[in-house]
Write a protein that binds this ligand. Structure first.
Ligand code: NIG
Ligand code: FE
Length: 421
């Protein structure tokens, strides 16, 4: 960490003083905690992080704006590394069906589930899709989210997938949040390919994926490896195409059963494997070897009343980094609260509050390949940070339904969308 007095710049745009910093750096204290800390921002970058005692004497003259944190907590901007937040329609009817006894799988097999959102999303024009998705993004921002991954996968045909990815990008620029777009063509089999899984995979690999890559519409490719979706062999074809076209890889793996998806993802250098309730010990070892992040999605486990939880002990044993995310989607996790997910990760999955915060900062950054830019409070990184009305970082996981977010800075600018100035 750069905290030498001589490194404090001649001029900074914003200086946050008197803060308890959860830097989330790994060496040293839990949470990388530093009391009586200060963060200096120049342009869109963190210029200096250190102790109040190490500020130069004339720090006030050198700072255009000073924000006194009053001893409260500053964390890196939160990162929601797995969402499907761009979609049209609602699945509240299916929610009712499930409460009358139908299962998620039964509904999916009867042509409901993901496919009902596909038909709503195909039917919505770009403006409607934007307007329906924006409130979800705003809810995340209000809780301190500065980076969000958004998947396609409710269009399945070229035009609608492109519409989803374009909408995701537009949401990012409209609301001043970093959006990482992912192409999730292999999410479900579209009705026009009924019983023709392999033909649909060919369509993805030969048509949509190359188009998405050529037009810079996505950074990642994701797939749903599951009995009700695509087999490991089919997913592997998608991964090969992703490699050919320079897109990075993620995978929905072992959500409802163990398909060996984690091993497959790791073999292809996936940045993350997500869900993982049914992952085996072999799978956990493979993630460790592949440097693949395990993204845990407690909202989906909760909403589907999944009794099996991801084997957190095994993931710890093999030192697999764990991230936590909302999985915001209409079918299995209609959640727009990353703070609630942190609480659920602790209560339902047994993470510690520190693991939980790591899961929405540095480990989520790694799941997106952005660990050099975001995820910790460190000089040289993007000035994405959140000032909270609490002083103890465990409060972020502890509370249920309280939002202590006071101020969000994204790339050095106060986020107006946070609603808090
Ligand atoms: O992450 N598992 C597959 N995809 C989503 C669910 C999507 C849906 O039901 O609409 C998930 O849980
Ligand atoms: Fe998902």
């Amino acid at each position: 960490m750069v905290n030498l007095q001589q490194d404090f710049p001649e001029h900074v745009d914003i200086l946050c003083t008197n803060a308890t910093l959860a830097t989330m750096e790994t060496d040293g204290e839990p949470y990388g905690l530093m009391s009586d800390g200060a963060v200096a921002i120049r342009g869109d970058t963190i210029a200096w992080v250190g102790r109040m005692a190490d500020l130069p004497r004339d720090f006030k003259e050198r700072s255009a704006r000073i924000i006194d944190a009053g001893g409260h907590l500053i964390t890196p901007g939160l990162i929601d590394c797995h969402t499907h937040l761009v979609y049209a329609g609602s699945r509240a009817r299916e929610f009712e069906m499930r409460l009358h006894g139908a299962t998620y799988e039964q509904i999916a097999r009867q042509g409901g589930g993901i496919l009902s959102t596909v038909s709503a999303t195909r039917g919505a024009d770009e403006q409607a899709l934007f307007e329906q998705s924006a409130p979800r993004l705003l809810s995340l921002i209000k809780e301190g989210v500065t980076t969000v991954e958004i998947k396609s996968g409710y269009g399945l045909d070229l035009d609608t997938e492109v519409k989803m990815l374009t909408t995701a990008k537009k949401l990012g620029s409209e609301y001043g949040v970093t959006v990482v777009p992912t192409y999730l063509g292999a999410h479900a089999l579209p009705p026009e390919y009924a019983n023709r899984h392999d033909d649909y995979i060919e369509y993805i690999c030969d048509k949509v994926l190359p188009y998405v890559a050529r037009h810079g519409l996505a950074v990642f490719v994701d797939a749903f490896c599951e009995k009700i979706a695509f087999s490991p062999q089919q997913v592997e074809r998608v991964f090969k195409a992703a490699r050919r076209h320079g897109l990075r890889i993620k995978l929905h793996a072992e959500q409802l059963s163990d398909q060996g998806g984690a091993q497959l993802a790791a073999r292809y250098g996936a940045l993350s494997a997500d869900h993982l309730e049914y992952i085996s010990e072999e799978g956990a070892k493979a993630l460790a070897q592949g440097g693949t992040v395990a993204v845990l999605l407690p909202g989906a486990a909760y909403f589907l009343r999944e009794e099996k939880t991801p084997p957190v002990e095994l993931l710890r044993k093999y030192r697999v980094p764990m991230a936590v995310s909302t999985d915001c989607n209409p079918g299995s996790s209609p959640s727009v609260s990353l703070l609630l997910m942190m609480n659920m990760a602790c209560i339902l999955f047994g993470l510690t509050p520190e693991e939980s915060l790591r899961g929405v900062t540095i480990n989520a950054a790694s799941a997106l390949g952005l660990q050099e830019r975001i995820g910790t409070l460190e000089a040289g990184k993007d000035a994405d940070l959140v000032l909270w009305d609490v002083s103890d970082p465990a409060e972020l996981s502890y509370n249920i339904g309280l939002n202590p977010c006071r101020l969000v800075l994204r790339r050095g600018k106060v986020s107006e969308a946070s609603g808090l100035q």
